[in-house]
Design a protein around this ligand. Sequence first.
Ligand code: ASP
Length: 409
Amino acid sequence: MKFTRRDFIATTAVAGASLALDVPAPAQGDQKPGPVGGPPKAPVIICAANGYAYLDRGYAVLTNGGDTLDAVMQVITGPEDDPNDDSVGLGGLPNEDCVVQLDACCMHGPTRMAGAVAGVEGIKNVSLLAKTVMEHTGHVMLVGEGAQKFGFKMGFRRENLLTERSRKTWQLWRETMSSDDWWGPGLASPKFKFPDTAGNISELYEERIRHMEKLAERIGIAPEFRMAAIERVLNPPTGTIHCSSINAKGEMSGATTTSGLAWKIPGRAGDSPIVGAGSYADQDVGSAGATGNGEENIKVCGAHTIVENMRHGMSPQEAGMDALKRIVRNYNGDMQKLAYVDMSYYALRKDGAYAGVCMWSGAAEKPRRLAVHDGNGKRYENSVALFQGKSLGWPPMPGGRRLAPEQKH
Ligand code: ASP
C-alpha cells in the first residue's frame, strides 16, 4: 500500500490530537505538597561542608536574579576545580586501577529537567557536564566513554585529573591493602564475614601505621601529608559535594558531584549520578541530596525519599531521619554492620526550611556539618545525627578499629 506524505501528516496529526485528548488533567491536589509554605523571604543555599568557601558566589547568583541551578554550579565547581579537594573533580582519589572516574547529576526545579553522567574520565567539571546532558540532549544520563565523547564534542577540555598527591596515596593503598579491597561479598551479603580481629587490636593497628609511615616515606609522600594519606588508606574517605538552592521566587535546584569511593572497582557508579538517590528536586516540595556510602543510599533512593517525606508533611529533619532509618532497617538494626555506614543528607524545603542529618555524628572535635547561606552570612551548622560516634573505615580490615564503646543508638 502506498503511504503518501499527506497520509503521514494526517495520521500523525490525528494521533497527536487523540493523545492530547486522552491525557487526563492531573486531579487537583494530587501533586500538591502537604503543609509546606513558601517561598522564603530570602534565597537559601545549603551544601556539604566542602562547599563552604564557594557559597558567596552561589548566593550572588541568586540575589542577582540568576537561575537556581547556576547558583548550585557556582558552589560545586569550586571543589571540582580544587586539586586539594580529593573527593571530587581534579585531584579526586582514583579507582583501583589508579584512574579518576567521576559521577554527577543535577535537577532543575522550574523546568523539571534532569541530567547525569557516570564513570567519566578526563573531564573535571562533571556537574556542568551533567547539566549539558540535561540541556542539550533528549537523554537524562550518559556514562563512561560515551559521556566523555559527548563532553569533548560540547567543548569540555581533556585534563589529567590525577594529581601527584592522589597518585602517591593510591600507591600507598595498593602496597598496603593488597588483600583488603572492595572485592568479596559486601556488607549487605549474608556471606559477609567480619575481619579476623584475633590478637590485640590496637597493637595490630599501631604496627600497621608504623609500617605505612615507612612506606609513605619511601613512596615520597610529603611528611605533612603522610598521616592524612594513611587515614585515606585505612578509612577510604567519603567526600562528594551536594548543593541545593532556592530563590526568593521559590524556584529550586540541586546537584551532586563526586569522584566516588576511593579505590573503587573500575566502572563502579555510586549514588551521586543517580537522580533520586544522590540528588532530587521537585519544584512543588523541595530539594535534597546525599554524601556517604552510595551503595546504601541507592537502596533507599535517599534524596527522593526525603522529598516525598516532605511532600507528606515531614519537616526537612524528620524527612532526612526517616531516610537514615530506612538504611538501619535494611540491616535489621545490626549495629555491628551499621558502624561501617557513613551517610549524610541535606534537605531544603520550598519555604526555605532546611536540615542536615547524618548516620554518625563524627568525632567530637570534628562533627559532621553542612554549610549554609541564607542572607545572614555563610556559616557551618552541625548535622543532626542518628547515632553518636564515628563510623568505621570501610572495607573492614584485620586490625581495624572497633566500634568505640560510647557509640550508642
Ligand atoms: N556517595 C559517594 C559515592 O558513593 C561517595 C561520597 O559521598 O563520598 O560514590
